[in-house]
Design a protein around this ligand. Structure first.
Ligand SMILES: *Cc1c(COP(=O)(O)O)cnc(C)c1O
Length: 383
């Protein structure tokens, strides 16, 4: 199969790789564990584990001590099960009726976000003679999926009638826990806890409660409850520029390539599509075999920088699908020299936060854009 070429060590592929530092991943999990104590950790590994590679990253996270996994979609959960992972897996996203049978077949926890969906789940489980593992989703102000918090009791009542479902948790999601203004997050937490009073009121055991994403873990310790659901912080990236850095983490992912071409560019010559950059004086330009087709955003054209020989140099001209150009001035660089697009080299570092700023987006998007054409290489992490 064509895909397997990318895993074939005998082929001298272009030298662009995403390197995943498992020592950093382990340290981030340990720091988080120190912070949350006995609170369970559900590691969020949706979107290819934020670009780090779904299956391998999930396995390493479990080895480093997280308790459960959260994904966005059914197929991500199935991929983890087919890879032999037996830990609890919650599919956080909304479901379509014809997916339910697959959840049961693969022992994946289903998000029931309305009374209607819960009934569909219960009927499917009954028909298959299986028990569904269900988590109930309450909308406390995100406005995405989930029953509105004022109506949560309707969903809890419906669960009492669901004969083929086991309750594995109740959860909600914050809309702005990264905001220095903490009021809306506190309101969401209050709404969530108020909805959960249903259980003691009815003499029922309170299920596992969880609401905290990375930003809430970092700046709302009272929101940790029974389980936390961090994503981005596990990968060593803070969820926003102003979020309290109450846990020290370091970046896990780097992206590297090597120079494939060197040339002298004379004053007045232009570089790349649409000639958006013209040399003001004679200079030297190298070409890198990486472009927006790898998820290295085109909006970094004439804005981004890369590291070569420990120095920072600007991207010049438009980034193409598979290549981009870098002005190294009067310095020298040779074919085969390492170029770092994300990560450190010598004393210098290019962070996903920096790229996000250039692209007018958030670090999450920079990470998840990095696509599967680029091989992932896992380093460190020895037991
Ligand atoms: C993505 C996601 C998370 C993790 O968010 P981070 O900000 O990366 O920590 C947690 N819960 C839900 C429902 C999510 O969609």
């Amino acid at each position: 199969m064509f895909e397997s070429v990318f895993d074939d060590g005998s082929i001298a592929m272009r030298p662009t790789v995403i390197e995943v530092d498992l020592d950093a991943l382990r340290d981030n999990v340990s720091r988080l564990r120190d912070h949350v104590g006995n609170t369970r950790i559900m590691a969020t590994v949706k979107a290819n584990a934020y670009g780090h590679g779904l299956v391998r990253t999930a396995k390493e996270l479990l080895r480093f001590g997280v308790d459960e996994l959260g994904v966005a979609f059914l197929e991500e959960g199935i991929a983890l099960r087919r890879a032999g992972i037996t830990a609890p897996i919650l599919v956080l996203g909304g479901i379509i009726g014809n997916q339910i049978a697959h959840f049961l077949e693969y022992d994946l926890q289903i998000t029931a976000s309305s009374v209607f969906k819960l009934r569909q789940i219960d009927e499917t489980a009954a028909a298959m003679g299986k028990r569904a593992q269900v988590q109930l989703k309450i909308d406390t102000g995100m406005g995405r999926i989930g029953i509105r918090h004022e109506n949560a009791a309707q969903l809890f009542d419906a669960f009492q009638d669901a004969r083929h479902c086991d309750l594995r948790g109740v959860f909600s999601h914050f809309a702005s826990s990264h905001d220095p203004d903490k009021r809306f997050t506190r309101l969401q937490l209050d709404r969530f806890l108020a909805a959960l009073e249903y259980f003691p009121r009815h003499g029922l055991p309170t299920p596992t409660r969880h609401i905290a994403n990375s930003a809430a873990v970092l700046q709302h310790p009272d929101a940790m409850l029974d389980m936390v659901r961090p994503g981005i912080m596990l990968y060593g990236v803070y969820p926003g520029p102003e979020v309290e850095r109450s846990i020290r983490i370091r970046p896990v992912l780097s992206m590297k390539t090597r120079v494939v071409y060197f040339k002298v560019v004379l004053a007045g010559a232009s570089i790349g599509y649409d000639h958006t950059w013209t040399a003001g004086h004679d200079t030297r330009v190298v070409t890198l075999p990486v472009g927006y087709g790898d998820g290295y955003a085109r909006s970094l054209s004439n804005r981004g920088a890369v590291l070569i020989n420990g120095r920072r140099y600007p991207i010049v001209g438009r980034i193409s699908m598979d290549q981009c150009m870098v002005d190294i001035g009067q310095d020298s660089a040779y074919t085969g020299d390492e170029a770092v697009l994300i990560g450190g080299q010598g004393e210098e570092r290019i962070s996903v936060e920096e790229l996000a700023e250039h692209c007018d987006t958030i670090p999450y998007e920079i990470l998840t854009m990095l696509n599967t054409r680029v091989p992932r290489k896992y380093v460190g992490g020895a037991p």
